[in-house]
Write a protein of this length. Structure first.
Length: 59
């Protein structure tokens, strides 16, 4: 698998994870919501960083 395919896969997984957390926020136990939300926020922020980096590193 190439590097760009790995980056694209991570971006898709990060945004899907955040979307699932938003849609299922009522059914999650209260002790799990905050750690999962922080993890999703970190993953989406890193995915956004990878998107910006890939735009600037185009040849």
């Amino acid at each position: 698998m190439s590097n760009s395919a790995s980056i694209l896969t991570f971006i898709i997984v990060a945004f899907c994870f955040a979307l699932i957390l938003i849609l299922k926020r009522d059914s999650l136990p209260s002790g799990v919501k905050r750690p999962l939300a922080i993890m999703a926020l970190v993953m989406v922020a890193f995915a956004f960083t990878l998107i910006v980096y890939s735009f600037f590193s185009l040849q």
